[in-house]
Write a protein that binds this ligand. Structure first.
Ligand code: BJW
Ligand code: ZN
Length: 258
């Protein structure tokens, strides 16, 4: 691993990364909660990432939902409202621009917050679902978040079943088509960016490793080293809202020269 390159101490883009950016045909990006932190969306594990006195990792399970549906419903209701009240940040917009810079661009996110789409990314692969999509646990009917006004009480479907967010909780399978897309993108890309994720949750955390095993140049963008920082080719120690615009600017400059 080279680096870490710290923004503010000269150029944050290493000569190797600059060269990779100039030549990459397929770029794959995995984002996590950190990419939305600068928009004001709390992360899961960092300081300030907690909700009231609860550990998000204990709320994001089907067991928690079946034991106390109102508690888990309130948490998602609160998060849905928070997310609706924020805007994409420069990191999201830089990734939206990146989509048209490379021959192939694969955006894979663990986030459920829609901010990549709101920033203009035409194609977003959501590994952990979407907070605005809800479904009945009994009959499987889907609902939109708009149909569920903010409330502290879990809502029920016409059939009587509890309605849950259509997100992936611990112990649940990821959507097979999205996971397969992500694994293939990781295996086929030239450059893989792991942005704003603590890289502690699997199988998403396998993706940078898959990319590296298949010969991609793998770069982490995070103010703190993630659990997999030692597995990266390069770590850029900085906030995604500051680093991504510079990185995409560098790519754009090289692309316009060729
Ligand atoms: C910034 C920043 C700035 C701050 N700029 N950066 C293999 C090994 C070990 C365990 C397992 C394994 N395979 C499966 C497991 C079990 C489990 C797991 O991984 N457990 C680990 C905790 C050990 N995985 C699962 O259960 C998964 N399912 C599965 O594998 O199915 C198959 C199976 C089933 C049954 C049995 C066995 C296998 C499902 C995982 C689902 C995760 N769901 C959640 C909730 C989604 C819905 C919701 O949003 O509510 O997903 S949990 C939560 O964690 C959420 C996130 O997407 C995910 C990742 O979090 P993320 O994005 O990394 O956020 P943080 O907060 O942790 O980190 C933020 C980072 O940002 C930090 O690093 C900051 O420094 C940084 N940051 N500001 C850039 N400005
Ligand atoms: Zn139902």
């Amino acid at each position: 691993m080279t680096g870490p390159f710290t923004p503010g101490s000269g150029s944050m883009i290493s000569p190797t990364l600059e060269d990779v950016l100039a030549r990459a045909r397929h770029v794959a990006v995995l984002t996590g909660a950190g990419v939305s932190a600068e928009s004001g969306v709390p992360t899961f594990r960092s300081a300030g990432g907690l909700w009231e006195k609860y550990d998000p990792q204990q709320l994001a399970t089907y067991e928690a939902f079946s034991q106390d549906p109102d508690l888990v419903w309130s948490w998602y209701s609160w998060r849905r409202e928070t997310i609706r009240g924020v805007e994409p940040n420069p990191g999201h917009y830089a990734l939206a621009e990146a989509a048209s810079l490379f021959e192939r661009f694969s955006l894979i996110t663990q986030n459920v917050d829609n901010l990549h789409r709101r920033a203009g990314n035409p194609e977003v692969h959501e590994l952990h679902g979407n907070i605005e999509r809800l479904r009945c646990i009994d009959c499987g009917t889907f609902f939109h978040g708009d149909e569920a006004p903010p409330s502290k009480q879990a809502q029920r479907c016409k059939c009587g079943g509890l309605i849950r967010p259509d997100v992936v909780w611990f112990g649940e399978m990821l959507p097979a088509n999205e996971l397969q897309f992500a694994q293939q993108a990781a295996a086929n890309c030239d450059l893989f960016l792991s942005v704003g994720t603590a890289a502690m949750v699997y199988p998403a955390a396998m993706l940078p490793l898959t990319a590296r095993q298949h010969g991609a140049y793998v770069v982490e963008i995070n103010p703190e080293p993630s659990a997999l920082a030692h597995e990266m080719d390069e770590c850029i120690a900085g906030a995604s809202g500051a680093v991504l615009p510079v990185l995409i600017d560098t790519a754009r400059r090289h692309r316009s020269m060729t």
